[in-house]
Write a protein that binds this ligand. Structure first.
Ligand SMILES: Nc1ncnc2c1ncn2[C@@H]1O[C@H](COP(=O)(O)OP(=O)(O)OP(=O)(O)O)[C@@H](O)[C@H]1O
Length: 350
């Protein structure tokens, strides 16, 4: 089946000006997002996940700017293409933000107004984005509350955010996002602040809603474990670049980039104690200087000579899978896979 593209990013570069220096946060990134899919973006803190997705909504901090490349959105009114990188006026961003592309942040309290009932906050979004009258807006608000799994919606409508638990608040934030009728929902670490069991419920809810509302979901997380049962595709981000992208199966069972191996190796395994957990040695390179070669080379025990000299291009592994690593070059030597990667390949972990 032909998948319909909803967003296409080509050769995107994003920089920040800071105290007279330039930080190159997103380095030449290309990516496609398809209608109705869940794409997870995983990577360590500082790898650029938030900056990348904020650029789709005109939410970069004031000292940030797109230095090159394009972001094209295909779902605009009357299916018009919109070049998001060409938007500069706040008024034009407001037509996209929320309405076409909505975002859910880690801490629901930052997006809720503590002084307004949750019903009125969802209803505001309905009135603004769904162009209906008051009575219909109330009906739809109650329906959205039900859709996000909040029971007794009539009673809950009148309550304030402090009367909700953390997980319930996140459901309210999701209801507000849904009420804006977006085609893309960006979820930035939506469950990090929640208990493990609640985390799973929120992720299940997102899975359910993407079908109900035909949403494309971008799930940002630093935890590869979260995405195993959730995402259709996974993009692995390192030092401002997507170094590997593929279907969930491909990333978990046939990963190619040493950074993806390292992320998989740091997943907690059954029976492991805190001190046994593997953490990736070293630190990512500074984004203030031009990075030579493969940005992961200095942390990669199996790095080749060329990794320190020349940036790898994408090597296509399958029609849906590609990775930027010289190990995929025909001339590269065979290397041994880390034990956990071998174990997962043999079906030992998921
Ligand atoms: N306003 C800013 N000025 C300067 N640098 C910035 C600014 N905002 C972000 N950065 C830098 O851009 C890089 C990418 O940051 P980003 O927040 O996207 O990372 P992340 O992968 O989302 O991390 P986390 O998981 O911690 O949220 C980091 O080096 C960060 O310090």
């Amino acid at each position: 089946m032909e998948r319909e593209m909803i967003l296409e990013v080509v050769d995107l570069d994003i920089c920040f000006q800071l105290r007279g220096k330039v930080l190159h946060a997103i380095r030449d990134v290309s990516m496609e997002l398809y209608q109705g899919e869940i794409l997870a973006i995983v990577g360590e803190s500082g790898s650029g996940k938030s900056v990348f997705t904020k650029s789709f909504m005109g939410l970069l901090d004031k000292n940030g700017y797109v230095a090159g490349g394009s972001i094209v959105y295909f779902g605009g009114e009357e299916e018009r293409e919109v070049n998001l990188t060409a938007i500069s006026r706040e008024r034009d961003w407001r037509r996209i933000r929320g309405h076409e592309i909505a975002m859910i942040m880690q801490d629901p309290m930052t997006s809720l107004n503590p002084l307004k009932t949750i019903g009125s906050q969802i209803m505001e979004a309905v009135l603004l984005h769904q162009k209906v009258g008051r009575m219909e807006a109330i009906k739809r608000t109650l329906k959205h509350l039900e859709d996000v799994g909040i029971q007794e919606p009539e009673k809950r409508f009148e309550q304030y955010p402090h009367e909700f638990s953390g997980g319930m608040r996140q459901r309210v934030v999701i209801a507000i996002a849904i009420a804006c009728n977006p085609k893309i929902l960006v979820c930035d670490e939506p469950t990090t602040a929640l208990d493990v069991t609640i985390q799973a419920q929120i992720l299940d809810l997102l899975k359910e809603l993407r079908h109900k509302y035909n949403l494309s979901v971008i799930l940002i997380t630093h935890d590869l474990g979260v995405v195993a049962n959730m995402a259709d595709r996974v993009a692995v981000m390192y030092a401002g670049d997507i170094v590997e992208i593929g279907t969930s199966e491909e990333i978990f069972y046939d990963p190619k980039h040493p950074y993806t191996w390292a992320l998989l190796s740091s997943l907690p395994q059954a029976g492991q104690k805190g001190s046994d957990l593997f953490s990736i040695p070293g630190t990512p390179p500074s984004l203030y200087v031009d990075i030579k070669g493969d940005a992961f080379a200095n942390r990669n025990p199996q790095a080749l000579k060329i990794d320190f000299v020349k940036r790898p291009p994408y090597f296509q592994v399958s029609p849906t899978h590609k990775a930027k690593t010289w190990l995929l070059d025909k001339r590269a030597p065979k290397v041994t896979l880390p034990p956990i990667v071998e174990k997962i390949r043999k079906g030992g972990l998921f």
